[in-house]
Write a protein that binds this ligand. Sequence first.
Ligand code: ARG
Length: 463
Amino acid sequence: MTKKTSNTMWGGRFAAGPDAIMEAINASIGFDQRMASQDIKGSRAHAAMLATTGIITDSDAEAIREGLLTVLSEIEGGTFQFSNALEDIHMNVESRLKEIIGEPAGRLHTGRSRNDQVATDFKLWVRDQFDAAEAGLIALIQALLGQAAAGADWVMPGFTHLQTAQPVTWGHHMMAYVEMFGRDLSRVRDARKRMNESPLGAAALAGTSFPIDRHMTAKALGFDRPSANSLDAVSDRDFALDFLNVASITAMHLSRFAEELVIWSSAQFRFVTLSDRFSTGSSIMPQKKNPDAAELIRAKVGRIYGANTGLMMVMKGLPLAYSKDMQEDKEQVFDAADSWMLAMAAMEGMVKDMTANCDSLKAAAGSGFSTATDLADWLVRVLGMPFRDAHHVTGTLVALAESKDCDLPDLTLEDMKSAHEHITTEVFDVLGVQNSVDSRMSYGGTAPAQVRIQVQRWKDILK
Ligand code: ARG
């Protein structure tokens, strides 16, 4: 009679069922149902292997594999009744399987445990997200390449300390983000490769005495190999931390770009116009067009990094092998993955749709004495001055222009000569912004020709 109230999956030694609070703190079905398809995929592979190795009969395996497909269709169709009392996705699925196919369902859990099962499910889920992240990054890089190719020779101010530094090209600025997201892409691929070992068959912690074939299940699930230590296999969540690390760095990159878009789209800068599709209005100020998507992308790094720190804290100090603490691994990873994918898609959309305001960019590029370095370089190159002296002479000319409230190209030859008598009229050739960017032909420099080389290099990489 007491058996009725204890858990049918593990309640043999229990006289009573759990307290309501115990059930509430213990259950993960509210969130781990997101891994339903991975759970069923893993179980189908396990059942097939159990039959091939002769541990269960072919007909039982067939009934299990078919029954699991029925369960999957119920879950996908929204008719499945999830139960808190059955704790998690693993027991919810198995219990329903039992209702559908009866006795053979009880043979599915031979030679495995929920510990290797959950590690397998979660790995499969995270692996899918790595693949989604790869696709999202490639799409974003392609959108940036489109902007860079279109604006390889549009001049704009380059900044350090957010103060005008030297003129650069729009294409060059876009390509800086291509490099960043390109490194993120490489991190995603590294991490995906590193994680691709199957925990299935590690069982509770020590392996199993059944003659299972872990290579077979690993292969069926698209893993490169089975993991080599059963204790490690069930207690490892490095793959989720790798995922959150890459997500955090990408989100940091996204937030930097988002911040630039917020600044650039302001009335004070007017470097870009964001499309109506990626902006919002104000309910009180009719003139407003707000860069909300950029602001939200800028903010997402907070929750993604929070998830990263959170999981580190869950894992820190845990003894081998599995502890229930590890059930706290999923929600934050789910949330971080959703935020990451959404932020990348929103950024891709904004980048594709935004318009660079070439005239504003050009006007800003020429202000703030942005070609002062070109002037100093000319003094070195043509007059043979040491760079430090040239820097000093140029500084006095900047001060002179500032006092006359004009830019460097507006100074007269007389003004120039007042700073150094050997300066000739040729100096004015290097003071234009177009000339300035065209001259920066060093590899990886801002010259339009260099930008086009890099655009082509990335197109080839992504081919
Ligand atoms: N719901 C559990 C989790 O997410 C599954 C593993 C439970 N294992 C156990 N020995 N209680 O971690």
